[in-house]
Design a protein. Structure first.
Length: 170
């Protein structure tokens, strides 16, 4: 190898290694990517989606099923445990698929603690994976809510959602 070639390799090698290091960075959890993708508007005041964190789960472990609801500015939905008048309470339902079991009730994560859900709300529930489970498991869910603004409420709506659990080998 001549001097010119060794200098070129000496200059390029650190760049290549830096590029490889940046590729190995951990990507954000699926629910974070989903949250960034959801957009609500005046025409469609509520945007919803579901994901599983982490993306892969091992047999015998638990992962989180995350349902994200984003309301447009000026819109809200009622809390799960009560409604604020004639509005219906938000509900989430869905049986744990074969090879799994729920690890507790839905937990609500939100920034504000007002009487209604506004902005971005996360509903999180642990899903336990049986030791014999393998492959991909679809978790079917149903979210029911009623979107309201300061003047009126839209009719209640039920939205079918699903989240995919990828069960890795032991």
């Amino acid at each position: 190898m001549n001097l010119r070639m060794s200098r070129l390799i000496g200059c390029l090698l650190p760049l290549l290694l830096m590029g490889c290091a940046s590729v190995q960075r951990e990507s954000p959890p699926p629910s974070d990517r989903l949250e960034r993708a959801l957009a609500a508007s005046a025409d469609f005041p509520v945007a919803t989606g579901a994901a599983v964190d982490p993306a892969f789960c091992r047999p015998g472990q638990a992962c989180d099923v995350v349902v994200i609801v984003r309301t447009a500015r000026g819109w809200h939905i009622s809390p799960m445990d009560l409604s604020t008048g004639p509005e219906i309470a938000t509900s989430l339902s869905g049986a744990a698929p074969t090879g799994t079991s729920w690890g507790g009730p839905w937990k609500v994560q939100r920034q504000d603690q007002g009487p209604v859900y506004e902005g971005t709300v996360r509903f999180v529930r642990a899903l336990k994976i049986d030791r014999e489970a393998r492959g991909e498991i679809t978790v079917p869910l149903k979210l029911t809510y009623q979107a309201c603004d300061a003047f009126s409420c839209r009719p209640p709506i039920s939205v079918p959602l699903s989240a995919l659990v990828k069960v890795a080998a032991k």
